[in-house]
Design a protein around this ligand. Structure first.
Ligand code: GLA
Length: 736
């Protein structure tokens, strides 16, 4: 049996032992020394109770039907005659790379008599934020299958794990399940997950982690509004700043399954991977399949600790935006389908005047697209609305010093389109059944190379012909009953999408892509390998955005979070909010405006220019700093902020969501600050409108500013003025 292995991150480590020559994550926690050796481990086996198997069976990284743990099998499948359905793997070779001790590679000879050896390269070298890594090859010589299990803990404490299943036999192997498994602490008693719906994404939901399994099964063809592919577990009452918490996220944009399971013996685990459809994955002899990466992170400083690690991990990726995030104008809620040149140029003029840097032409510019009933698929500029093409509008926008961006929804087609009339066979459906329409549209079959070729050619030609620096890539319906040549094809559909993105990014390296899916329906770490922004929600209502954005920040850093100042009357909720509240809410993301600026009066335009100006002044902190969500005790309010990594500058938001039950708010205790640092604390009143409610006077610092230490702000806090419900105030801190 191999010796135990310790993989170390910055604050956390993973202790791997081996049960029957299969890896077990025996501990995942604080990065300490003193792990027991093999001999000591033998005396630490759990008690064996009556009424069950005669030996304790730990949950391995690869649970199988044959082991006694009772955990769901990571891999399931069978040969055409039904055999080989219950494989059982044994380690053939192991490769460990320890970054801190200067890349020590260790490759052990076969333990089960096969000639296989894990390669000593490739698990880790050159990866972003690379750290300690292990790669274990396991074989089942009876079922003739091989697994390569990989796990890496990067320098930000994020664990990356996946498995590759290979058919080493001479007949096809039908795979129905191929999942990654990570342990959950036996002390965890609560699960925090994020159900939602269109315009109300990622609403936090807590429930007890009792005995039994919780299952999140997504069959929407995108992570979807309902099934955000991530969750947290921790002890009862874990919070933003406290508790031993683990967070998980699956990097996959198709169908998925997440399972949290607590067994009768108290052991618990999380398992995640693609939700494979019947018959969709058949491995021919020698073929293999790799599961999507499951990301995990352990922190003993609550949810903030996990989020900060996730943010740093994403920021270290080469695909992450490295340039200043330009303030955006999106035309959708300003003009919808009313694409008249004069209207669009007037909007551009008004946008440039308030400081907008990127103008994004939304849906409605292509052939026949006068409403949402026609045109998808016909990616040609419509001469009916753009008689001289897009050139005049783009030139106008560029002449005002703004970048130009454009909307596509490439994977979709309206039955009322030339594309559909020419190629009805290109849709993703199942022969013999009528495919359900959603927003009057169908999905294209990306497993068909002709479809991908057509889409590449169309998008490439629009991008090549014009000075376009940004594409808002939309995806506005679920995929159901999608087949390629009669067989389920969600896995190939999703991989073909990644392939198309990769090709377009290679051809147009200076174009940024945004992932939009009726708002935040496709937000995951895999799509972010190709995109630099996520459209968080079609809801621009600042009140709902406070909660949507807060939960979005659990997984994603602010610079990729599209956040727009919408119209005064929210188009999706009908609520009316001040520009101050809308601006304070949108301030913390990749800022944009999505309203008809030509309808605003001068004082409103001036306020908007102030908000944009303040955002530009603070965006280096907002987009590069550490996100801190505060545990504020008043449930009628929420507070959060961003602190620069050198702890010299910070911006916090205090939002009064509902009527304050007490006469005055609880003092706001900040966190994430330098304890010995003296800060000038000021109210950032960019909006000109007073968010304050009825009171004789606010605390004097609101007018004058005040100098306080980080320690005082953390321990005692800041007295707050009384705010009207549905308003917010921003507070800036500058080290002296
Ligand atoms: C989706 C998007 C919106 C907008 C419309 C256009 O709903 O989420 O932002 O682009 O499509 O049809």
């Amino acid at each position: 049996m191999p010796s135990p292995v310790v993989l170390r991150g910055r604050h956390s480590s993973i202790f791997i032992t081996f049960a029957n020559a299969v890896p077990v994550i025996a501990a995942w926690g604080r990065n300490v020394g003193g792990h027991p050796d093999s001999a000591t481990l033998a005396s630490l086996q759990s008690a064996v109770p009556h009424g069950g198997f005669d030996a304790h069976s730990a949950i391995t990284v690869l649970p199988v039907h044959a082991d006694a743990s009772g955990a769901a099998p990571a891999v399931e499948g069978h040969r055409s005659d039904g055999t080989s359905w219950a494989p059982r793997f044994q380690m053939s070779s192991i490769d460990v790379r320890l970054a801190q001790s200067g890349t020590v590679a260790r490759s052990e000879a076969s333990l089960v008599g096969t000639s296989s050896q894990a390669g000593v390269s490739g698990t880790n070298s050159g990866e972003e934020g690379s750290g300690d890594a292990i790669e274990v090859t396991l074989d089942d010589t009876v079922a003739q299958l091989r697994i390569v299990w990989r796990l890496r803990i990067d320098t930000f404490d994020v664990v990356h794990t996946s498995i590759t299943l290979r058919n080493t036999g001479s007949n096809p192997y039908v795979v129905s399940r191929c999942m990654s498994t990570l342990p959950i602490s036996a002390n965890a008693r609560e699960v925090l997950d994020f159900p939602g719906r269109w315009t109300y994404e990622m609403q936090p939901q807590r429930r007890p982690l009792g005995f039994g399994a919780l299952l999140w099964e997504n069959r929407k063809g995108r992570p979807s509004h309902k099934n955000a592919p991530g969750l947290f577990v921790g002890p009862n009452g874990f919070s933003e700043n406290s508790g031993e918490v683990a967070g998980f996220h699956l990097g996959w944009s198709g169908y998925h399954e997440l399972r949290v399971d607590r067994l009768p013996n108290g052991q618990a685990y999380l398992q995640a991977g693609q939700a494979l459809l019947p018959g969709e994955l058949v491995l021919g002899p020698g073929e293999e399949h790799t599961s999507p990466t499951l990301f995990g992170c352990w922190s003993e400083t609550g949810l903030n600790g996990v989020s900060q690690s996730f943010h740093e991990m994403l920021r270290a990726r080469t695909s992450h935006p490295k340039t200043v995030r330009p303030v955006t104008l999106n035309t959708w809620e300003a003009v919808y389908f009313d694409h008249r040149h004069e209207r669009l140029t007037a909007l551009a003029d008004a946008a440039a005047k308030v400081g907008i840097e990127r103008y994004v032409l939304d849906d409605g510019w292509f052939l026949g697209r006068r409403d949402d009933k026609a045109g998808l698929g016909d990616w040609y500029v419509d001469p009916a609305v753009y008689p001289q093409g897009l050139g005049p509008l783009i030139d106008h926008v560029r002449s005002l010093g703004m970048e130009f961006g454009i909307w596509f929804e490439p994977e979709m087609v309206n039955p009322n389109s030339n594309l559909y009339r020419e190629h009805p066979e290109w849709t993703l459906d199942t022969d013999g059944y009528e495919q359900a329409l959603s927003r009057n549209q169908l999905v294209l079959d990306l497993s068909n190379p002709d479809v991908v070729e057509y889409l590449f050619e169309r998008i490439d030609s629009i991008l090549s012909a014009h000075n376009i620096s940004y594409v808002k890539w939309d995806f506005n319906r679920d995929i159901v009953q999608g087949s390629h040549e009669g067989r389920a094809s969600m896995s190939t559909q999703t991989n073909a999408l990644y392939g198309l993105f990769a090709r377009l990014v290679r051809a147009h390296p200076n174009v940024e892509f945004e992932s939009c899916s009726s708002g935040g329906g496709r937000a995951d770490y895999a799509i972010l390998e190709h995109t630099k922004r996520v459209w968080t929600s079609d809801c621009n209502d600042a009140l709902d955005r406070q909660s949507i954005q807060r939960t979005f920040s659990y997984f994603f850093p602010p610079e990729i979070m599209g956040s727009h100042i919408g119209p005064k009357h929210s188009h999706t909720t009908g609520r009316v909010h001040t520009l101050g509240f809308r601006g304070s809410t949108a301030f913390f993301g990749h800022l944009g405006v999505e309203a008809d600026l030509t309808q605003l009066d001068q004082p409103e335009l001036d306020q908007l220019a102030n908000i944009i100006g303040a955002h530009k002044e603070w965006r280096d902190v907002l987009h590069e700093g550490q996100v801190i969500r505060l545990d504020h005790p008043d449930t009628s309010a929420v507070a959060h902020g961003v602190v620069s990594f050198d702890k010299k500058r910070a911006v916090f938001s205090y939002a009064q969501l509902a009527t304050l039950p007490a006469t005055i708010p609880t003092d706001l205790r900040l966190s994430g600050l330098g304890q010995d640092t003296e800060y000038l604390v000021e109210f950032l009143n960019f909006s000109g409108t007073n968010p304050f409610g009825a009171m004789k006077r606010p605390p004097a610092w609101v007018e004058t500013g005040v100098v306080l230490s980080g320690a005082y702000l953390t321990q005692a806090g800041l007295p707050l003025p009384i705010l009207h419900p549905e308003t917010a105030m921003l507070i800036t801190l500058k080290a002296r």
